[in-house]
Design a binder for this molecule. Sequence first.
Ligand code: GUN
Length: 294
Amino acid sequence: MRAELIDGAAIAAQIRSEIARDVGALAARGVVPGLTVVLVGEDPASAVYVANKEKFAKQAGMRGDTIRLAASTSQAELLALVERLNADPAVHGILVQMPLPSHIDPDVVIRHIDPRKDVDGFHPVNVGKLLIGHTDGFLPCTPAGVIELLLRSGVETRGAEAVIVGRSNIVGKPMAALLMQPRAGGDATVTVCHSRSRDLYEHTRRADILIAAIGRAEMIRGEHIKPGATVIDVGMNRVADPSRASGSRLCGDVHFDSAAEVAGRITPVPGGVGPMTIAMLLQNAVRAAERSIT
Ligand code: GUN
């Protein structure tokens, strides 16, 4: 392996300790940041994510609550709960875990959350603020975590060719907006590729910074990467692996072993971007609490 590993787990732990310090300072002013996560239904992957969010919120000294609702919950019932949380002064951050059951429209739910409590950064007000470059909104956690990884690993984004593979509202689009902002962690020349891109790998081979967020297991291999590039793997895919006792393993959108022979720096899966997402969520919740008293 030639590439240096970007250890997202270690960087996220460092950020969580900084957050715990900020939580202590807020507590001294009589405010305990409160994060409430709403989980509708029993999706097993979502249940694991939600449990981790609550665990790390509590570890940082915050109030972490999870409200679990049956999969049969109606959209009206969920909206009524969101309204109650919007009005509750002890709740500074609200996160409704996605995906929602198919009878609930996620856009309606997101638009119902008070933008000042939208710690996911999914509300159109916060999406707009990100695009304009206003810093008083909330950044979506996964792309914000990627920028933090780049900054803390000393990766120069200014003037760099950054290529994002994936155009989702949660990762690809906000990632592009962040990388093009005129500030530290931005100033990159950004290309966004997707499933309809012609000559996809022509683009990936030009990238100084390659961000894979397509949701297709190990689609990017060493031969698609510019030597020395920084590779950030946002993918989280479960694939069959008969050699494991569980019969499966987690992998990213990047084929790690071949990519690590070519890249200069690379994030692993798991232990790369994933832990950063939760750290950024806690940071948003602390900001929400700070803003509630200023
Ligand atoms: N499901 C998977 N990732 C996320 C996330 O970042 N936020 C929410 N609300 N749901 C998710």
